[in-house]
Design a protein around this ligand. Structure first.
Ligand code: HEM
Ligand code: HEM
Length: 227
């Protein structure tokens, strides 16, 4: 079966799917995680702390945006029940594009898992210490056992996060090479090739994005300034 035979290429058109804020969030998150990794492994703790707080702020923004953001960013749009996820899994290796308007059921689950993993990674860092000179801002507020546990989580979860990211990128590669659907271009330009007549996503206003970003920035800034 030819990869594109379900909908002929001529019947596809670029459709506005991802708003600029989801795209900015995504690529800043990628940069933030690489920077956290490099600074964490090299013991550049003050830098690691600042980047980690920024990553935490990004996750907070995305969680809020999942409730009040543009259509395709909303959790109600892409969190599906187990039945829909299983049905999606059965089609994942079918050699044709999924033409999803936003995240499909499997992608939606992956979004939740990635957001949760990065969020817990940043939170556990707040209670962690390097046993040399750096202590996370809440390290002194908890028992030694709790701080030790946070350190354990921080070290191990990062390995799990790396595995999840590898899976995430692998699935996107399967879409590109096997299913002939370029999801990365959509996450860069905001537009996906979808069957004509599907309509376009409504994007929330820049003003709303600014307010949500300002709210998300408050906890990391307060933590930094007050410690
Ligand atoms: C709130 C922000 C964060 C704080 C306060 C923090 C704190 C720390 C501390 C104290 C260490 C040293 C642990 C040791 O030497 O045993 C560390 C290591 C590390 N952190 Fe973070 N972290 C934060 C956010 C993050 C984030 C967002 C990531 C990645 C997504 C990350 C990834 C790592 C890695 C890969 C290491 C090195 C592995 C290790 O020794 O555990 N951290 N972090
Ligand atoms: C640090 C590594 C990465 C993390 C933590 C990550 C995380 C995420 C998250 C949370 C989303 C959901 C976006 C949203 O709705 O807000 C997403 C979507 C996406 N990511 Fe990543 N990502 C990473 C790396 C990459 C890379 C390297 C690529 C490109 C090869 C990529 C391509 C995509 C694409 C195409 C989507 C949209 C998928 C869809 O159409 O449903 N990601 N990613």
């Amino acid at each position: 079966m030819a990869p594109n035979d379900s909908v002929a290429a001529a019947d596809l058109a670029p459709v506005r799917v991802w708003d600029p804020y989801v795209r900015a969030f995504h690529w800043l998150l990628v940069i933030g995680i690489v920077a956290s990794w490099i600074s964490g492994e090299n013991g550049w703790m003050e830098t690691h702390y600042q980047i980690g707080l920024a990553v935490g702020g990004l996750i907070l923004f995305r969680i809020l945006w999942g409730f009040v953001g543009s259509l395709t960013a909303r959790f109600t749009q892409f969190i599906k029940g187990p039945g829909a996820v299983v049905a999606y899994m059965k089609t994942v290796f079918a050699r044709k594009p999924s033409h999803a308007f936003g995240h499909n059921a499997g992608g939606g689950l992956m979004v939740l898992v990635l957001l949760a993993a990065v969020g817990v990674q940043a939170c556990s860092g707040l209670f962690n210490a390097d046993d040399v000179i750096f202590e996370g801002p809440f390290y002194d507020n908890v028992s030694e056992a709790t701080a030790k546990f946070a350190g354990f989580v921080h070290g191990w979860l990062f390995n799990i996060l790396l595995a999840l990211i590898a899976l995430h990128v692998l699935v996107i590669a399967v879409y590109f090479f096997w299913k002939r659907e370029n999801l990365v271009r959509a996450m860069v330009t905001g537009r996906a090739q979808l069957p004509k007549g599907i309509g376009e996503a409504d994007f929330a206003s820049p003003f709303r994005a600014l307010i949500v970003a300002a709210i998300a920035a408050v906890p990391p800034i307060l933590i930094y300034v007050l410690n």
